[in-house]
Design a protein around this ligand. Structure first.
Ligand code: SF4
Length: 321
């Protein structure tokens, strides 16, 4: 038991600032960057963020005791505990690897990209990531998680002086039930307004039942072209589950959708019950008058999202979630 407890401590601890400072003395910039990114990947793959865990715990308490939903939520919590305990991936599918990097002016994106690739290769070797990325035409698996378009890397110049790296590991099963609608949709009587948006989001959740490993968390974009709409929808998954939308109408809609979907009786894994959705986060992007897309990015219970702020030596200064 004592051994288990010691192991737990070792496996789950994020690198402390104190420890990082020690490491910085030994490592050069690129080595330190790889070390920090590797730790970011390890924690993202093995530990759900606090806000997600709290949402799962809170919803688990709402399920009726000794029902299949209660059992399913219990298994999900056990899975989360075990992955953290053993520092092993939360799910066998470690997903599409998506990096969002916010950096000051003068930052060398090309160099950083190469270091990300090295970290991803190393994380794959260590088993934090499954050998998950295959050539879409040949099916060939390089075994490194590197290839055309993978990992997905997005850079943004910001006004701050520090480098922030956010990472999402997006499972394939939940990606498969993500959806895009073009409004108006006559079959759903969904027009080009927020009521229409509400209808198509609920339709997507209804169609996802039993697939995509619910309870789900949604990122939604109203508008944009087809590609941007999908990009902004997925980016909503960076928001904490307990935040509020600065747009009052969207905030109201987000809450209504979670409430409505949790009354559909779909429940965790589609087994029935009260926990169908953990959250819904909605943004909007301008569109041309001819189009009105609504894109829904569906995330599974294994909601892997984490982020770090790096210090000037590229060691981890702070965790973001
Ligand atoms: S949808 Fe999520 S939980 Fe289900 S298999 Fe994929 S990554 Fe794992």
């Amino acid at each position: 038991m004592a051994k288990k407890a010691a192991f737990k401590k070792k496996a789950t601890k994020k690198v402390s600032v104190k420890k990082v400072v020690k490491v910085v003395k030994k490592l050069n910039g690129p080595q330190q960057t790889i070390e920090s990114l590797l730790e970011l990947i390890r924690i993202t793959s093995t530990v759900v963020p606090d806000d997600v865990f709290k949402a799962i715990e809170r919803n688990a308490k709402n399920e009726e005791k000794n029902t299949t939903a209660d059992y399913a939520m219990g298994i999900i919590k056990e899975n989360i505990d075990l992955a953290k305990y053993k520092s092993q991936p939360l799910c066998q599918d470690t997903g599409t690897v998506i990096f969002y990097i916010y950096h000051p002016a003068g930052f060398h994106q090309t160099t950083f990209k190469e270091l990300i690739k090295k970290s991803v290769t190393l994380a794959t070797k260590k088993g934090y990531l499954r050998q998950n990325s295959v050539n879409s035409l040949t099916g060939e698996n390089a075994g490194t998680n590197l290839g055309e378009g993978h990992p997905s890397i997005h850079f943004y110049e910001h006004k701050g002086s520090e480098v922030e790296v956010k990472l999402v590991l997006k499972g394939g099963g939940c990606e498969n039930v993500s959806a895009q609608y073009s409004l108006p949709n006559t079959a759903l009587s969904a027009g080009r307004d927020l009521e229409g948006v509400r209808k198509v989001i609920i339709d997507a959740v209804y169609k996802a039942q039993g697939k995509g490993c619910g309870p789900g968390a949604l990122g939604v974009c109203v508008g944009g072209d087809r590609a941007d709409s999908a990009y902004y929808a997925k980016k909503q998954l960076l928001r904490k589950l307990d935040d509020s939308n600065p747009n009052k109408d969207l905030d109201k809609l987000e809450k209504e959708i979670v409430e409505t979907c949790n009354k559909l009786g779909i429940g965790p894994m589609g087994f029935g019950g009260k926990t169908t959705l953990l959250s819904c986060k909605i943004t909007s992007a301008n569109r041309v008058p001819a189009s009105f897309f609504v894109t829904i990015s569906y995330m599974c219970w294994a909601f892997r999202r984490q982020g770090i702020v790096m210090n000037k030596n590229f060691a981890i200064k702070k965790w973001l979630y």
